[in-house]
Design a protein around this ligand. Structure first.
Ligand code: ADE
Length: 255
């Protein structure tokens, strides 16, 4: 079993790459299609880490390479998302039970959001991998967050008492940053918890290759006109700790 771990932004993989280099002196790096794939053991488990970059095309290309060239047999995507659900607050964690491409519209040939020739719009996340991720995220919030992210930093970003959610995540090649866009998405996709730019693309590729996938997202903004937060500071000071901490819990639980 080799777990492929993707993220869209540098800070989210850098901590994990450093941990792999520390844990496994025989870890290797291969560059394929402008991506560096770090293969080795992380907290004792075989993993491949890669910076996928942002957007659905980037995520799809990277996922194919992870599966075909690096032998990943499970995939987890970790990153940021805009909160759409009424209770998804900055600093919360959302884990996908399913994903969908909110910007896919091949009507009149296919239904709204339907992926042509796959006869589906939604891709369920793998139940077992998602349960592992959920348990790891709960442990992280309960035990590690207060240690890993100092109180002053949490207060600076308005992270109060973060909670864990599980439900629909939608992906599209656009940053959502207006109340109108949020209202439209809520109406079109009841039950939607968060928006990002990669998860459903990973899901489609994983479906096509029969590889289990799961997605974890830290809410960085509310996808409205307050959404343009200082992402690089939030990533460095908050979200990178979430990614590293949750995956550390997930892999340690496998030992
Ligand atoms: N990732 C983080 N916040 C986002 C937003 N508001 N829209 C799309 N992707 C995001």
């Amino acid at each position: 079993m080799t777990l492929g771990i993707l993220a869209a932004i540098h800070d989210e993989v850098d901590g994990l790459v450093a941990a792999m280099r520390h844990d496994d002196s025989r870890a290797t790096v291969r560059t394929i299609g402008m991506r560096d794939y770090y293969a080795g053991h992380l907290y004792g488990q075989p993993c491949v880490l890669v910076l996928a970059r942002m957007g659905k095309v980037a995520a799809s290309a990277t996922t194919v390479t992870l599966i075909r060239e690096l032998g990943a047999t499970q995939i987890v995507f970790t990153g940021l998302a805009g909160g759409i659900g009424p209770n998804t607050q900055v600093g919360d964690i959302v884990i996908a039970d399913r994903t969908l491409q909110h910007d896919l519209d091949a009507r009149p040939f296919f239904g709204r959001h339907e992926v042509p020739l796959l006869e589906r719009a939604e891709f369920p996340a793998d139940a077992a991998l998602t349960a592992e991720l959920h348990a790891a995220a709960a442990e992280f919030l309960r035990h590690d967050l207060a240690v890993d992210v100092p109180r002053a930093v949490r207060e600076k970003f308005g992270v109060a008492a973060p909670t864990l959610h599980q439900g629909m995540i939608a992906s599209g090649d656009q940053f959502i940053g207006s109340p109108t866009a949020v209202a439209e998405l809520r109406e079109r996709l009841p039950g939607l918890l968060a928006v990002e730019m990669e998860g459903a693309a990973v899901a489609q590729v994983c479906h096509e290759y029969g590889v289990p996938y799961a997605v974890m997202r830290t809410i960085s903004d509310r996808a409205d006109d307050t959404a343009h937060v200082d992402f690089s500071a939030f990533l460095t000071e908050v979200a990178s700790h979430y990614s590293s901490g949750v995956l550390r819990r997930l892999l340690a639980a496998r030992a």
